[in-house]
Structure formats: structure tokens, C-alpha cells
Design a protein around this ligand. Structure first.
Ligand SMILES: *Cc1c(COP(=O)(O)O)cnc(C)c1O
Length: 401
């Protein structure tokens, strides 16, 4: 390891709380779909900051919009109106086909808000305040306390005792398992239309329709967590739009600001009518002019450049390449996912594969110990997919059997 990298990593490990086992590189800058570390080494980026940099680095027009906002004002309180937030909310409504927007600083906060909105809806429409939420096994909704309570990975919750939300877990794509848990205490069902951290598993259309019909019949709020699978990643602005199964409440973040930390939860008008009102929820930073200038510009760029159309065009090529690897190598048991959100399931931990690919100039990440995850910038081209496969295949071929 070069001196500069080593010195920086040593310093980091003395100062930062050790909540991540980090890869041994220090990233410095990005350009297009490439990243550069402090030694100047180039990497092809198939992670995009975990589904964040949908437009890659320095997409034409993006930086200029942020710089222009810096010159005006970064922040005002939510007690006043500001133009970027008004523009961003309007564009997000149009892109999401939802009716009411609340901006947050992160995905976890978007989920927190979505849960509060659902509980308030139940409180207003049905009285009482001791409701339960149904979530899915292997789901991931974030690390704050409320979002953690609906996260299906028991290991993440173990040390933290009683959760703030009463949650029961059903099985994804098994409607019977949800039906078995629904009772008069159920306020909401929360589901990722495509599970990300849980292993790139799409919910089936049949399951999502089943949930939609069930929750509608019982006056239960249906929440879709689109934090990872939204913003064009599946070839649709939001994954549910592929089937037209509109939720009552939706959470979005990750690519929403394409690098500026911002999220949102959105409600339908029918739900908003009985949900959060003045005094029920708030945030200092959420939806500030700087974050919203990013959101507005990102949504404009998506429209002008038909980012979803591009995903629909290149994603089948990624599918083809990854399926070919899965067919060829016995150590790969399954290929999964949809759009530019795909995974290869290995018969072993993938950390050594990721480390080796990194040495050869390709950045990949896992989703669970044995799954290699592919969530590249959405602006990736077929040549980049070819290059990825050229680097990855020899790494797989060189694995001990
Ligand atoms: C990443 C993620 C979150 C949490 O978002 P943060 O911005 O990390 O808080 C929530 N839900 C899903 C589906 C995610 O992928």
C-alpha cells in the first residue's frame, strides 16, 4: 500500500468510530463512471456510492446548478418557503405520481416519516394509538431506531432491545404469510418493491397486488420503500410504476440528490387528509434550498435525458453478461435482480472477489456475505458493462474450487 494511503487509513482508524470494515483505498474524485483514489489509480464504478450516483460524476448541468445555489443561499428554516423546495416538490410529485411531499436528509429518515404518517393515519381513522406494522423478512429500511424496528435482519436489532414500533415479519412474495399476521391492530405493511440489501430480490407483481387489495380492504396503509430501487434503477422512476400498484405512502432517497444527502416521503392525497398535520413532524435541514436545488436539477436531467429509457436499453445487456457468468461458473448459484440492480449469488463469501476486482480497477460491493451486487451509475454504457465483465471474469475463474 502506498504511503499516502497508509497514513490516511491509520489516521481514520484512530479517529472514526469503527462501524465499518472498509476497503483499503482512499477515494478522491470521480469523473463520469470512474473513480480515482488519492494515488491517482482509476476504477470503473459499479457501486455508485450504493445506488446514489445515478448520473455518475459531474454530469453536465448538475455541478452548475449546485454552484449557483451556493452563491444564493444554502439553508433557510422550514418556517419559510424557498423556491428550490417548491420546484423540487412539484417535479417529484410528477415523477412519483404521489400527491404530497416531505423532504428528509436520508433514507432512514424517509422511512421514519413514512411510519409516523401511517401510524397517524390509523390514529385519525380508527382511534387508539397502539398499532402494529407488518414488515418483510430480509428487508432493510435503515439504521435509525424506527427504521431499524422494521428491518428484517435480526442481527442488526439484537443489541438494542425493545423497538419503538411493534413489528411482525412476514415472508416476501408469500401473501398467506402476511394474511396470517393481519388483524385489527395492523396499521401498515411496509415492503421494498425490490429488496436491495436483502439480496436483490424483486417482489412479484402478484404479491404486490395481493398486498394492495388486502390493505385497501382493511384500511391499512401500504408503504413502499423505494429508497434503493427507486429513481429509475429498475427502468421506471419508481419500481411500482411497472405494475401501476400505487402505495399510500412511499419513501425515496439514495439517487434523489445524486450525491447531496436528501430523501423524501410521499403520501397520496387520500392518505394525507388523515395523516400528519402542523406540529406532528419536522426537520431542521430536510428540504433545504441546497438539497432541493440538487433534487430539482436531478429530476430535470432525468426527464431531459430519458434516464429511465436508457436503463431499459442497457439493463438487458447487464442481465445477459451476468447470466452468462452464472451459467459458466459452478461457484455462482444464482443470478437475480432487475434493471440496473442485479446480483450474483456465490457459494462462498464474496469479499475476496471484491478485493481482487478492486486491485484490477473495478469497484463492486456485496449485499449480504455471499452476494455480489451490481448497482452502477444509470448512465453506464454497454462498453462499460463489457469492461466490467472483462475484469470480473478472470477473478471468478481464478477462485479456488
Ligand atoms: C439505503 C436504504 C435505506 C436507508 O437509507 P439511508 O440514507 O442509509 O438512511 C432505507 N431503505 C432502503 C431500501 C435502502 O436501500
Amino acid at each position: 500500500m502506498a504511503d499516502r494511503t497508509q497514513t490516511l487509513i491509520q489516521q481514520a482508524e484512530q479517529d472514526l468510530l469503527h462501524t465499518y470494515n472498509r476497503y483499503q483505498i482512499v477515494l478522491d474524485r470521480g469523473e463520469g463512471v470512474h473513480l480515482y483514489d488519492v494515488e491517482g489509480k482509476e476504477y470503473l464504478d459499479f457501486v455508485a456510492g450504493i445506488a446514489v450516483f445515478a448520473l455518475g460524476y459531474h454530469y453536465p448541468g448538475y455541478d452548475e446548478a449546485l454552484k449557483a445555489q451556493i452563491d444564493k443561499i444554502l439553508h433557510t428554516s422550514n418556517y419559510y418557503y424557498n423556491e428550490p423546495a417548491i420546484r423540487a416538490a412539484h417535479l417529484l410529485k410528477e415523477a412519483s405520481q404521489m400527491d404530497r411531499v416531505f423532504f428528509t436528509n436520508s433514507g432512514a429518515e424517509a422511512v421514519e416519516g413514512a411510519l409516523k404518517a401511517a401510524l397517524k393515519y390509523a390514529y385519525t381513522t380508527r382511534g387508539k394509538n397502539d398499532y402494529e406494522v407488518i414488515a418483510m423478512e430480509h428487508s432493510f429500511h435503515g439504521r435509525t431506531y424506527g427504521a431499524l424496528s422494521v428491518t428484517g435482519n435480526a442481527h442488526y436489532r439484537e443489541a438494542f432491545g425493545t423497538m419503538p414500533c411493534n413489528v411482525r415479519f412476514a415472508e416476501l412474495n408469500n401473501l398467506e404469510s402476511v394474511l396470517a399476521l393481519v388483524d385489527e391492530k395492523t396499521a401498515a405493511v411496509i415492503v421494498e418493491p425490490v429488496q436491495g440489501e436483502g439480496g436483490l430480490i424483486p417482489a412479484t407483481e402478484e404479491f404486490l397486488w395481493g398486498l394492495r387489495n388486502l390493505t385497501r380492504e382493511r384500511g391499512i396503509a401500504l408503504i413502499f420503500d423505494e429508497v434503493q430501487c427507486g429513481m429509475g434503477r429498475t427502468g421506471y422512476m419508481y419500481a411500482w410504476q411497472k405494475y401501476g400498484i400505487r402505495p399510500d405512502i412511499m419513501a425515496t432517497a439514495k439517487a434523489l440528490g445524486c450525491g447531496v444527502p436528501v430523501g423524501a416521503f410521499l403520501l397520496t392525497e387520500e392518505c394525507a387528509k388523515y395523516s400528519l398535520v402542523a406540529g406532528d413532524h419536522g426537520t431542521t435541514y430536510g428540504g433545504n434550498p441546497f438539497a432541493c436545488a440538487a433534487v430539482a436539477k436531478v429530476l430535470e436531467l432525468y426527464k431531459e435525458n430519458d434516464i429511465c429509457g436508457h436503463v431499459q436499453e442497457v439493463a438487458p445487456y447487464l442481465t445477459e453478461k451476468l447470466q452468462a457468468l452464472a451459467d459458466k461458473y459452478d461457484c455462482i448459484s444464482e443470478h437475480r435482480g432487475t434493471g440496473l440492480m442485479q446480483g450474483l449469488v456465490f457459494d462462498r463469501p464474496v469479499a475476496p472477489i471484491i478485493a481482487e476486482a478492486m486491485k484490477k480497477g473495478l469497484i463492486l460491493i456485496n449485499a449480504g456475505a455471499n452476494i455480489l451486487r451490481f448497482v452502477p451509475p444509470l448512465v453506464i454504457e454497454k462498453e462499460d458493462i463489457d469492461r466490467m465483465a472483462e475484469i470480473l471474469e478472470p477473478v471468478i475463474a481464478g477462485l479456488p474450487s
